[in-house]
Design a protein around this ligand. Structure first.
Ligand SMILES: [Zn+2]
Length: 272
């Protein structure tokens, strides 16, 4: 049984500040070790639960944060960008379930380091009138491949936001948010035990989990963080402008919508 583990960094124990999520400083170097350790705990748990093959997808920023030399030897790592399926690369390799590790709440929520895909570019994203964060958007992409989200970890806001989307998944709370950059975290060591136990239990519950499926055609609505970004995004002919900062486009699949969003995210670097 093959399992895909997608690992972000904002929901990892002990991570509260943007500096810990950006390359080029010592805080980040520590945080990526914590991220790798959490991935390893989930890999251990999944193997103990009965998984026989593990793909681990580095899903933060430039997609090269996990330290390959410290990664569990049983896992194959998917690293680097761009890639067509982004945070869900590997979901098309015959996996039985997806695990989301170190995830976070959507943009405009009160969660720790909450954002959706690109905090500079997107204020809010809706698919078929449902406002979603990264877990929801990429969970729907997995759903399109018939694969359920079976496990997730992050702060309390992430859990509260996503349990309704993935009702049978085991979602574990690693931190409690007081605000965007503050809250209470399990110690990294305790977090590893919680992650391992949760992952093991989640494998046993796979038969009860159903994929999160959004029926096409997909209508994607998005709100930019500034009118200048909306001006830029409207250069792409499929984008229609609703008002200063609200845009919409229709997509034949979730994958199509995700690829457009990631293209817009890449375009936004022009205005940084
Ligand atoms: Zn991230």
């Amino acid at each position: 049984m093959k399992i895909l583990i997608s690992v972000d960094i904002e929901g990892v124990a002990g991570v509260f500040h943007p500096e810990q999520t950006r390359a080029g400083n010592p805080e980040y170097e520590r945080a990526r070790r914590l991220m790798t350790a959490e991935a390893n705990a989930v890999i251990e748990g999944a193997l103990a639960g009965g998984a026989t093959e593990i793909l681990v997808n580095d899903s933060h920023g430039g997609f090269r944060n996990l330290l390959p030399d410290l990664l569990h030897p049983a896992a194959n790592a998917i690293l680097g960008k761009p890639r067509l399926l982004g945070m869900m690369s590997g979901v098309d390799h015959g996996v039985a379930g997806v695990m989301l590790v170190g995830y976070h709440g959507r943009s405009q929520s009160r969660g720790i380091l909450a954002h959706t895909i690109n905090s500079f570019a997107f204020a809010r994203v809706w698919l078929n009138d449902q406002e979603l964060g990264e877990a929801g958007i990429y969970g729907a992409l997995a759903g399109e491949f018939g694969v359920p989200v079976i496990f997730g970890s992050g702060d309390d806001v992430f859990v509260e936001e996503n349990q309704p989307l993935f009702p049978q998944a085991t979602l574990v709370t690693i931190k409690t948010a007081d605000g965007a950059n503050s809250g209470t975290s399990l110690s990294p060591q305790s977090a590893l035990a919680v992650l391992g136990d949760g992952a093991k239990a989640a494998i046993g519950k796979i038969p009860t989990c159903s994929p999160f499926v959004l029926p096409p055609t997909i209508t994607c609505k998005l709100q930019t963080t500034s009118p200048a970004l909306a001006d830029l995004f409207c250069q792409l002919p499929i984008i229609e402008r609703i008002d200063g900062v609200n845009l919409t486009f229709s997509a034949p699949s979730v994958q199509y919508a995700v690829r457009v969003l990631n293209s817009l995210s890449a375009m936004s670097f022009m205005l940084r």
